[in-house]
Design a protein around this ligand. Structure first.
Ligand code: PRP
Ligand code: URA
Length: 208
């Protein structure tokens, strides 16, 4: 997303001097800005209302309700900012942790509606590195019938974008990706450079 406010906040977010409380606020601000772009295609319906002056026709978010899916842990930091903008949304959860040796994700939690056909799904994860976690989550949603998936990430690597694109094309999944930045590359440990380090740790502290 090419916008001066996004660029400004992203720079503060990347800065290693930014402490946890400010980091969390910046993540929330950024997802609010990105949600504007990500929800351009959200389904709406016409509604009749009455203002103090006259009856009129307006717009409201349509049923079935959109589903927002943060990928735990770091995606949780984006949840509040997103549902503030999409207040009718329901929330499903997927917990994934990347093995730091193999860089492959394992799924340790999953709480999603069984049937997602006809639902618009919005996946939240601040970091798209190798793309393994995001592709895994997209696979979960598609296996439950989701056909309309939008992923919102803050920082991405070209390698991760290529992986997700290849995966979704191969499986004929309609998926849109909205990112605040595409960085240079992944390092030998699968971290995005320049990136911002470990998003989960910067939001919630170190886990052994
Ligand atoms: C981070 C991040 C993504 C994933 C990206 O989560 O939040 O989910 O890594 O890497 P990938 O594109 O190579 O899969 P992590 O597994 O570190 O867990 P955490 O959110 O609990 O810190
Ligand atoms: N996960 C993160 O939190 N940061 C990275 O740079 C890569 C994966």
């Amino acid at each position: 997303m090419d916008h001066p406010l996004v660029a400004h906040k992203l720079t503060e977010l990347r800065d290693s001097r930014t402490q946890e409380p400010t980091f969390r606020l910046l993540v929330a601000d950024l997802v609010t800005l990105l949600s504007y772009e990500a929800t351009r295609i959200v389904r709406v319906e016409e509604v009749s209302i009455r203002t103090p002056m006259a009856p009129t026709t307006g717009t409201r978010l349509a049923e079935p309700k959109p589903l927002v899916v943060p990928i735990l842990r770091a995606g949780l930091g984006m949840l509040e900012g997103m549902i503030r903008m999409v207040p009718t949304a329901e929330v499903g959860f997927v917990g994934m942790a990347r093995d730091e040796e193999t860089l492959r994700p394992t799924t340790y939690a999953e709480r999603l509606p069984k049937n997602l056909s006809g639902r618009q799904c919005f996946v939240l994860d601040p970091m798209l590195a190798t793309g393994g976690s995001l592709a895994g989550c997209i696979e979960f949603l598609a296996s439950r019938g989701a056909e309309d998936i939008t992923c919102v990430c803050l920082i991405s690597a070209p390698e991760g974008i290529a992986h997700v694109r290849e995966f979704t094309e191969q499986h004929h999944i309609d998926c849109t990706l909205v990112v605040a930045a595409v960085d240079d590359h992944l390092d030998e440990h699968g971290y995005i450079v320049p990136g911002l380090g470990d998003a989960g740790d910067r939001l919630y502290g170190l886990i052994d």
